[in-house]
Design a protein around this ligand. Structure first.
Ligand SMILES: [Zn+2]
Length: 170
């Protein structure tokens, strides 16, 4: 058992740093880590984030969000990064979280990089909130979303295409 576990970890670490590996083999390992990370951040932002103003509520509702009053937004110097090294590396490798990330949505929590706040960005992130609601929460959304990102790439993931298609300036 111990040997098998150790080999699994070695496989995962090699795969993470191998540019040619198919990350889908890592999904079963990454998913529970991603869900736990997202859920703990969502709890945190629910306590400390700011609710939307009237204009933002209206945009969220246009994006299809049912409970816009639950959305919380924070402006941050740096996007929250997973503490787990494997998850952090995978997120960066998949292009999901990096220096260029302007916004991040986890459940009803929206993180916005300093200087990036705009209606266009918020509308994109609020569409992700709608997607979380439609899926039934973080634990239901993450498997669908991560599978798409691994399969299609971040840019072409259907849920990202949907969010981009709903972007609006006003
Ligand atoms: Zn997006």
């Amino acid at each position: 058992m111990r040997r098998a576990a150790r080999r699994d970890i070695a496989t995962i670490i090699n795969a993470i740093f191998d540019p040619n590996i198919d990350l889908s083999v890592l999904l079963p390992t990454l998913l529970p880590k991603a869900i736990a990370w997202a859920e703990s951040l969502a709890v945190d932002i629910a306590r400390h984030g700011a609710p939307l103003d009237a204009a933002e509520i209206a945009i969220a509702q246009r994006m299809g969000v049912r409970h816009a009053e639950l959305i919380r937004v924070v402006d941050v110097d740096r996007m929250p990064a997973p503490t787990d090294a494997i998850l952090r590396e995978a997120a960066s490798k998949l292009g999901m979280l990096g220096p260029g990330t302007a916004g991040l949505t986890l459940g009803y929590g929206v993180w916005v990089a300093c200087g990036q706040r705009s209606m266009r960005l918020l509308s994109h992130e609020f569409r992700h909130v709608f997607q979380y609601e439609a899926a039934g929460g973080i634990a239901a959304f993450m498997p669908i979303y991560l599978d798409q990102v691994v399969r299609h790439g971040y840019w072409d993931a259907p849920l990202e295409r949907d969010a981009r298609a709903h972007e609006t300036n006003a």
